[in-house]
Ligand binder design. Structure first.
Ligand code: UT7
Length: 338
């Protein structure tokens, strides 16, 4: 008599690897000097307190889905994947083109990925890693072969340009990755995702949903713009990202020293410095581009990953740590064998 396991064997889970990346930022550069004429700020303060020198701002009519599609085209080219091969499109964004349909559906139309199921994920700046983990699960369980993951945001569309506490920090952009099983790589070795809704109010956009709908009064009161308690967010960012990093290090049995390259969320150079100090590794181990783009929310870690990969900084087989933090609060980390 056949045993249960031989009658109906469960297929073993498969690993998932990033087989190609891409990114796109808008042409328009907004410098710190220009911001000096918009709000009471100065280049020296912005550089010293954040590390940001300039950021990119999308044109009117240049939507999140357009930047996302451009990043996706590059990732597909880099991976050697045709649009029709994509089974699933996941877009991490908090600035969707439309409340519905999803930005993923708009991207599908732009790139002609006719065979894909499409959805957005809202985990603020952590969204790209959340999507990478969802993609990994689909691939591991054989629910998808090829997944396109995108982090894209047009934060300039929800920034209050009269609020110096926030308007100097953010920029627009998109980063993309194609995930697939690669028998020659362990791919994504471990991921950790966490959230803390108790701190929802320290970084949020209060208006625009059903709680505070779009009315003339609410828009005039700037409730449809991003609001942040900077100091508290800073503290939570360091604590949460360290927690996330430590958990995946523990799960993989790796020490910070074993990590070839850390790709962190690009919010503030001082957050990254605090992490380097706590991890006991040099800043040279971190891939940083926030001086050029500011904080591009869900796109930040995806753009940095693409840049690091294209620059030859990531070596085959070497462990890479990605670690992110965002509104929600949300945070996540992944260790990837590149
Ligand atoms: O992606 C989501 C995650 N986001 C983050 O992780 C952001 C985390 N927070 C931060 O990066 C920092 O808290 C900020 C960059 C937002 C602010 O830096 P800070 O060192 O925490 O400054 P602060 O908020 O404590 O403000 C210090 C001073 C204040 O003046 P007073 O009250 O001491 O007179 C601010 O009004 O700096 C003033 N200030 C500015 N001055 C010039 C705040 N923004 C500006 C500005 N230019 N743009």
């Amino acid at each position: 008599m056949k045993t249960h396991s031989t009658v109906n064997p469960l297929p073993p889970n498969r690993s998932a690897s990033i087989i190609g990346t891409g990114s796109h930022v808008p042409e328009r550069v907004l410098t710190n000097a220009e911001l000096e004429s918009m709000v009471e700020t100065n280049h020296q303060w912005i550089v010293e307190r954040t590390g940001i020198v300039e950021r990119r701002i999308a044109a009117d009519g240049e939507c999140t889905s357009h930047m996302a599609a451009e990043a996706a085209r590059q990732a597909m080219k880099n991976a050697g994947v045709a649009p029709a091969e994509i089974d699933l499109i996941l877009v991490a964004t908090i600035t969707p083109d439309t409340v519905f349909p999803s930005t993923a559906c708009h991207v599908q139309r732009h790139i002609g990925a006719v065979n894909a199921a499409c959805m957005d994920v809202n985990a603020a700046c952590s969204g790209f890693l959340y999507c990478v983990e969802i993609a990994r699960q689909f691939i591991a369980n054989r629910a998808a072969e090829t997944v396109l993951v995108i982090g894209a945001d047009k934060l300039s569309s929800i920034v209050n340009w009269q609020d110096r506490n926030t308007c100097v920090l953010f920029g627009d952009g998109a980063g993309a990755a194609i995930l697939r099983h690669n028998p020659e790589s362990r791919g994504i070795i471990a991921t950790y995702m966490g959230s803390d809704g108790n701190h929802a109010d320290i970084l949020h956009m209060p208006g625009g949903g059903c709680a505070i709908p779009i009315t003339r009064e609410n828009v005039d009161a700037k409730l449809n713009t991003l609001q942040m308690n900077g100091r508290e967010t800073f503290k939570q960012a360091v604590t949460s990202m360290m927690r996330a990093a430590n958990i995946v290090l523990e799960r993989t049995g790796l020490s910070p020293d074993d990590i070839h390259c850390v790709i962190p969320h690009q919010a503030n150079i001082r957050i990254i410095e605090a992490m380097a100090e706590r991890m006991g590794i040099g800043m040279d181990r971190f891939h940083i581009n926030l001086e050029k783009y500011g904080n591009t929310s869900a796109a930040a870690v995806a753009i940095a990953l693409d840049e690091a990969a294209r620059s030859g900084r990531l070596h085959r087989g070497a462990p890479v740590l990605l670690v992110v933090f965002g509104g929600g609060l949300t945070y996540a980390s992944s260790i990837i064998e590149w």
